[in-house]
Ligand binder design. Structure first.
Ligand code: G3P
Length: 236
């Protein structure tokens, strides 16, 4: 399972790259808002900075319009910023209208997409179909993504339901040989989520920095190191 860092914080991304636990980065309008990155130029500069840091690893950038023509315009602009940009497009707009027509069109034109805000199995397989249909006539079949929001499904329908949606979507993709679509397990909130949803078979998990650093903390590990250090001093 690959790990993406769900953040646009440069220092955090640098840290997890140095640990060897960053295979890519995902951002969204909320991450930029939280870190105080604003304005078209500000966002572009931050995206370029992250892109340079992570090299060929994928970097998801979300569109900020719900209007198909504007999404297409933004997607083309953003994907031209660097080779590793992946365009995040919600599966529907805020009224529930499908954005899969936009997804297919962009994939056909060579844009790598991450269909986001997926909350159920049917949305997942429809998004995968749309991507796959867009890829039909292309020679270069890069991996595209669908982001299933484990945390938000859990809040509505419980953790077992969230697990089942991701696990069954993975089985379906494999059974029907959707080899160019990868599941991103998104909306991870804590270390318990990391452990639990790692067993779904999702190809990627995007994790907020705090949940990664908390995962390393264990009182008995710290206590064990302290004891070994103490005994080492006595035996030297
Ligand atoms: O990548 C976006 C997603 O992980 C955000 O999740 O539900 O914590 O806002 P959430």
């Amino acid at each position: 399972m690959k790990i993406f860092i769900d953040s646009d914080n440069i220092e955090e991304i640098k840290k997890y790259l140095s640990w060897g636990v960053c295979d890519g980065v995902t951002t969204n309008p909320t991450t930029f808002f939280r870190s105080g990155v604003s304005g078209a130029e500000g966002i572009k500069n931050r995206v370029l900075e992250i892109s340079k840091l992570i090299g060929s690893q994928p970097l998801s950038v979300e569109v900020t319009s719900e209007i198909p023509e504007e999404i297409i315009k933004q997607a083309k602009e953003y994907s031209g910023w660097a080779n590793n940009i992946v365009i995040k497009i919600p599966v529907t707009d805020s009224k529930g209208n499908s954005l899969l027509g936009v997804v297919k069109k962009l994939v056909q034109e060579g844009v790598v997409v991450n269909v986001t805000l997926i909350m159920n199995f049917n949305q997942a397989i429809l998004a995968a179909k749309s991507i796959s249909s867009g890829l039909e006539k292309l020679n270069d079949k890069k991996a595209h993504f669908i982001s299933i929001f484990a945390g938000r499904i859990t809040e509505e329908q419980g953790v077992e339901r969230a697990f089942q949606v991701i696990k069954e979507a993975r089985l379906w993709l494999d059974f029907h040989k959707f080899n160019n679509v990868e599941i991103i397990i998104a909306s991870i909130r804590n270390p318990e989520n990391i452990e639990y949803f790692s067993k779904t078979g999702g190809h990627v998990m995007t994790i907020p920095p705090e949940a990664i650093s908390k995962s390393l903390l264990a009182a008995r590990t710290k206590e064990g190191v302290a004891k070994f250090m103490e005994d080492a001093k006595k035996s030297i």
